[in-house]
Design a protein around this ligand. Structure first.
Ligand code: ADP
Length: 545
């Protein structure tokens, strides 16, 4: 055999993250894999349960490239189904549990889902969604997931229960390996902040690379204890569903959480790792100091430096990552340099608020002029579109070649995010293309204005959007929710606070107080809704509403 003409049969078996579980069942056989209320499974249990379930799923004539959906919170079944479904050769499609029935019906139809596993608290949601599906498409079969021992089916629409399928399945099932590493593994719909949801497809190879690199970049050791505060349905828990099997971690599942549930669980389960969006980070930043430090990864939206500073002071070692459904989670990490440890805490927080640098499986990440594709000057000021190429980029959008070609072109994936590149090669997001405010010909980064507003002691949450302005074209309008303090600042005071901290044209010309800001189902602030409100508002006095 000629060593210069590879690949050969021994070195080219398809990469797949499913094999992590097979290995975990041997290496971490008696160690905990999943902890949920009073229930604990070991890695051997999890492997066997997934094989049994996979055999039951394949008995329903589900196989290669069929789509199987999951509508459930962060419970053990959601974790297991990532393996059991894909062990049959099928594609896993996790559905955001906060979506409305109409959207769910659209996704089920678009993905041609054959089977849906549904949590017992979401039966009305799925039944309504299925009833909204047009008559010309076959509705999916439904399986009920029940948390406790009750084994009753709420209606004959459900063909079986989850546990019954596990119990009756074959533990010797020969799981279906991919033909090539490019076989599809996951179908995840984007949350639709900028357009209607699109079905992102990732291959076994993409997810393998994404989950391994997530461990490397976060320095995850063997047998961590992961608290699932990130929805598993959000880009498959940023790849850590598979990653935890690779390192034999313990997955602490939570059906619902608030600050006190999280703090209790951290304490009781000796949690070492957790991921969450900046909104949850903000919630945690109002808690008490931890007894032991916890590694926390945040991403999904820009974390303000002020929130990073507070959370770190409580004992969370925060890692900041950036990615999207199209890159199976984080592909850019704010890789920490040891020399930064010597800096004052505020400088550290400012550096950490930058999104960072490509992971080791990305060939390149750059900020370019979207028209010419030429890299912008690395001065931390010149804005451009963030582009990616490398192992984490999706295969494409399901049944949407047009949308795929729009973002994958000239050998790059165009993210639609606006950023700057610093001289040290680290990038920072300034906005999403659609959120940039253009005032008097100047581009205003809403994220930059927000980061200053977050420094105000009374501000709870803030989002800045462009508001139509006869003179300037657009002007920045800040929507603010305040903390529950007795002293409430006025709109004028908020504006004054920004003066001197921002150039004049970036200071909000209007401030609107709201009890709560509208959020998407992945906890991102709905700027499109706020823009509509801003558009319809009457300006009473210049600079005031
Ligand atoms: P959707 O595009 O529908 O919101 P995603 O959950 O895939 O669905 O969101 C990806 C987007 O979230 C990115 O394009 C980016 O705008 C934003 N994002 C993700 N991580 C970060 C981060 N660390 N900082 C700022 N924005 C982020």
């Amino acid at each position: 055999m000629d060593a210069l003409t590879n690949p050969n049969a021994a070195n080219s078996t398809p990469l797949t993250p499913i094999q992590f579980l097979e290995r975990a069942a041997v290496v971490y056989d008696n160690s905990p894999s999943i902890v949920y209320n009073n229930l604990t499974y070991t890695w051997r249990d999890t492997f066997i349960r997934c094989l049994r379930l996979a055999s039951s799923i394949s008995r329903l004539a589900i196989g290669k490239r069929d789509v199987v959906s999951v509508l459930a919170p962060n419970i053990p079944a959601t974790y297991e189904l990532h393996y059991a479904i894909t062990m049959t050769g099928a594609i896993i499609n996790t559905i955001n549990t906060r979506l409305d029935p109409r959207t769910i019906s659209i996704l089920l139809r678009h993905g041609e889902s054959k089977l849906v596993f549904v949590d017992y608290q979401l039966t009305n949601l799925i039944q309504e969604a299925v009833s909204l599906m047009p008559n010309d498409c076959a509705p999916p079969q439904l399986v009920l997931i029940i948390d406790d021992a009750r084994q009753s089916l709420p209606s004959d629409q459900f063909i079986n229960t989850y546990e019954a399928m596990v119990v009756t399945g074959d533990p010797g099932f020969n799981w279906v390996r991919p033909d090539t590493e490019w076989d599809p593994l996951t179908l995840s719909y984007t949350s639709g902040t900028t357009s209607s949801p699109k079905g992102v497809v990732h291959s076994h190879r993409g997810i393998f690379l994404g989950s391994v690199v997530g461990l490397v970049e976060w320095f995850v050791p063997k047998q961590p204890v992961m608290l699932w505060t990130l929805p598993m349905f959000h880009a498959n828990g940023w790849g850590y569903i598979w990653g935890m099997a690779a390192v034999g971690g313990t997955n602490v599942c939570l059906r619902k959480f608030d600050t006190s549930i999280i703090y209790n669980s951290i304490h009781n389960n000796h949690v070492t790792h957790m991921c969450c969006a900046p909104v949850v980070l903000k919630m945690l930043s109002e808690g008490k100091p931890l007894q032991r430090r916890v590694n926390l990864m945040t991403g999904g939206a820009p974390p303000p430096a002020a929130v990073l500073l507070r959370t770190e002071s409580l004992g969370f070692d925060v890692t900041h990552a950036y990615g999207m459904s199209e890159t199976c989670g984080p592909s850019v990490f704010c890789a920490w340099k040891s020399e930064w440890n010597r800096l004052p805490a505020t400088d550290k927080a400012r550096l950490k608020a930058r999104q960072g640098i490509k992971t080791i499986v990305m060939t390149d990440v750059d900020v370019v002029d979207p028209e010419s594709g030429v890299s912008v000057t690395r001065d931390g000021l010149t804005q451009g579109e963030i582009v990616f190429k490398g192992g984490n980029v999706m295969m494409g959008y399901l049944k949407d070649p047009e949308a795929t070609e729009k973002c994958i072109k000239n050998g790059w994936f165009y993210t639609g995010d606006v950023g700057v590149m610093y001289p040290d090669g680290y990038l920072e997001i300034k906005d999403r293309s659609k959120d940039v405010i253009i005032s008097g010909g100047e581009n205003i980064s809403s994220v930059e204005v927000e980061s200053v507003l977050y420094l105000h002691p009374s501000v709870n949450e803030v989002a800045v959007v462009g508001r139509p302005d006869k003179f300037w074209g657009e002007s920045p309008c800040a929507f603010v929710s305040l903390k529950d303090d007795k002293v409430k600042p006025t709109a004028d005071e908020i504006m004054k606070f920004c003066k001197g901290k921002l150039p004049g044209y970036m200071v909000p010309k209007s401030v609107v107080f709201k009890d709560e800001l509208p959020k998407t189902s992945t906890a991102k602030i709905k700027k499109n809704v706020l823009r509509e409100i801003a558009k319809s508002m009457e300006l009473v006095v210049k600079g005031r509403l």
